[in-house]
Design a protein around this ligand. Structure first.
Ligand SMILES: NC(=O)c1ccc[n+]([C@@H]2O[C@H](COP(=O)([O-])OP(=O)(O)OC[C@H]3O[C@@H](n4cnc5c(N)ncnc54)[C@H](OP(=O)(O)O)[C@@H]3O)[C@@H](O)[C@H]2O)c1
Length: 316
């Protein structure tokens, strides 16, 4: 039997977890093997992971017993929730609670919780700079993740709190790429003013997570932020112009305008960008580039990411 340690990966069929599974599979000497958790063991993505060599196991974050079974015998776990599937912070909190409970019961030695800031620590609900959402949140998809940190501490789970960054893949899949204006010219529209947005190639989240597991106990109980580069909208537009060989302008809008764009989650995203803009020092400061690169020396910057992904960015 292999003496390698099992890492149970939530979100293995998705962006962050998929990156970690691939990182483990690509590193024969890591000392770890990947157990991919999914609700749909028969999906194409799950089958693909099995083919690559991952153990695929059924689990649902809404079902704590399924998580206990899926964590049994594992050394560690990479954990996340997917806000964008249901748009519910309450659900994220309930799922995080299930994961913390199951992780404790399975006596996991190291959990990485993919988290984000609870922005209410900096902008209390009474602060009218941005609207309060659903009576309880400022940046709903951040706040519940940050609030859930305490659930892992309360359960006594040895946890690393991993603060992730804006995926550059959002330019491909999330409608956050350059769009053609009425003048036919491409523009990148974010309400960031002249402030910097920490970004990352999503695969580098998985690679960083593997590096954290490899460090043993060093990051347990700690919060660690990762990013590949901190760039202003104008700098991102300049890098896009260079990579695409056509001009991309940065179109600065106010957070209020952005919140009114009307797509699902626009208010939440508008508040998110405003938080990153108004608390640039806090937000970038929590994602030290040198620390992240020391952990994962192959961490891509935006230019490098663009070199391999520019043709995937829809330009409509
Ligand atoms: N986009 C960004 O820039 C960004 C940046 C930082 C953080 N985030 C956060 O990242 C999270 C999403 O992560 P992602 O982008 O890696 O996800 P993704 O690519 O959209 O995939 C979602 C994954 O979550 C799994 N999942 C969802 N609900 C589940 C459940 N009830 N039980 C078991 N597995 C479940 C899915 O597995 P199956 O479908 O196979 O079961 C799938 O693997 C969001 O909460 C978002 O706020 C996003």
């Amino acid at each position: 039997m292999s003496d390698k340690k099992i890492i149970a990966v939530v979100g293995a069929t998705g962006a962050q977890g998929g990156g970690l599974v691939r990182a483990i599979l690509n590193d024969a000497n890591s000392g770890f093997v990947a157990r991919a958790l999914t609700r749909k063991v028969d999906s194409d993505k799950a089958k693909e992971l099995a083919k690559l060599g991952a153990e695929v196991v059924a689990a649902d974050l809404d079902d704590v017993e399924s998580l206990k079974r899926a964590f049994a015998g594992a050394y560690g776990a990479f954990l996340l929730t997917n806000f964008w599937e249901h748009f519910s912070a309450e659900k994220e909190l309930a799922q995080a609670k299930n994961m913390a409970q199951a992780a404790k019961q399975a006596n996991l030695q190291h959990v990485i919780w993919s988290t984000l800031e609870d922005t209410r620590k900096w902008i209390p609900l009474s602060d009218n700079r941005m609207p309060t959402l659903k009576g309880k949140y400022k940046v709903e998809h951040f706040d519940a993740k940050g609030e859930a940190d305490q659930l892992f501490r309360d359960a006594g789970v040895p946890t690393t709190f991993l603060l992730t960054s804006f995926y550059w893949e959002n330019l491909i899949y999330f409608g956050a790429g350059p769009k053609k204006g009425p003048d036919g010219k491409l523009a990148l529209t974010y309400p960031m003013g002249d402030k910097k947005l920490p970004g990352i190639a999503v695969d580098d989240i998985g690679k960083s997570a593997l590096a954290i597991f490899k460090k043993g106990r060093e990051y347990i109980g700690k919060t660690l932020g990762i990013a590949g580069e901190h760039l202003t909208g104008a700098q991102m537009a300049a890098a896009l112009s260079k990579a695409l060989g056509q001009e991309v302008r940065y179109n600065d809008v106010s957070p209020d305008e952005y919140r009114k764009f009307g797509f699902p989650g626009a208010e939440d995203m508008g508040n998110m960008f405003q938080f990153k803009r108004d608390f640039e020092e806090v937000f970038c400061g929590a994602r030290n580039l040198a620390v992240a690169r020391a952990l994962n020396p192959s961490m891509q910057n935006f230019e490098k990411w663009l070199a391999s992904n520019k043709s995937r960015i829809p330009l409509t």
